[in-house]
Design a protein around this ligand. Structure first.
Ligand code: DX5
Ligand code: ZN
Length: 223
């Protein structure tokens, strides 16, 4: 699945930006929540989730890049997040938070920064619906894809298959036309794309192009 990230949209026209690509058949929108502490940037709070929820029926994939995620979790759940990812580096009570998300019938994900090892999720992987692997240091759009992520994706895919889990692998940061196929081949299921969609001349056309590449690639890989 290709998931456009509104971090790269014009913040003065977020609703319009979403509406414009919705016709392309998007299934989810990625919303980056940054608090200026966990990451060196500030973005949105739960109110934006509530506003977007009224505007669109596509799933809201909310990526929490905040300290103390448990303190605000209720708002993000109540205001309409469909998927919520929590950074392993941000909480000593991951199990409690993940189970809380699932109890509320939302999809629960655990997110890992590029320098965080997969071993850090050994004890939680069987509890989550998806794992978000950051392929840039979180905080900003349009950074270069960190190539060591490819090995990490492959390793995680092996773990998921070996344990026979239904866990999906989401990759976030630096994805573009030049590397998307390699990332799919490595084992990514969900591809978050910000600047390569919203900063392009025609975001809808870019989304459709990524979708076509993805579908073609997956068909080939099935053979
Ligand atoms: C980065 C965010 C990403 C960002 C990706 O901290 O988590 O979701 O939107 O943007 P691109 O695709 O431009 O790297
Ligand atoms: Zn993100």
């Amino acid at each position: 699945m290709i998931i456009p990230s509104i971090l790269s949209a014009n913040f003065a026209f977020i609703g319009d930006s979403i509406k414009r690509i919705e016709n392309g058949g998007i299934e989810a929108i990625h919303v980056d929540i940054m608090d200026g502490h966990f990451v060196p940037n500030l973005t949105f709070g739960p109110e934006l989730i509530r506003s977007i929820k009224k505007l669109t029926s596509v799933s809201l994939d909310v990526h929490l890049m905040i300290d103390n995620p448990h303190s605000m979790l209720k708002f993000f759940i109540d205001y309409g997040s469909d998927w919520l990812s929590i950074h392993v580096e941000s909480s000593p009570h991951l199990n409690k938070i993940i189970n809380n998300i699932k109890k509320n019938n939302r999809k629960a994900g655990v997110a890992l920064n590029p320098a965080t090892s997969l071993s850090s999720i050994d004890e939680i992987i069987e509890e989550v619906d998806f794992v978000l692997l950051m392929s840039v240091n979180p905080g900003f759009e349009a950074q270069n894809f960190i190539n060591s992520t490819l090995k990490k994706i492959t390793k995680l895919k092996e773990i998921v298959l070996k344990k026979n889990l239904k866990v999906e692998i989401e990759v976030d940061g630096g994805i573009g036309i030049d590397n998307i196929e390699k990332i799919i081949d490595a084992g990514a299921d969900l591809l978050v794309i910000g600047s390569s969609i919203f900063k392009s001349a025609d975001p809808l056309e870019s989304y459709i192009k990524f979708k076509e590449i993805e579908e073609k690639k997956r068909k080939l890989n099935l053979r």
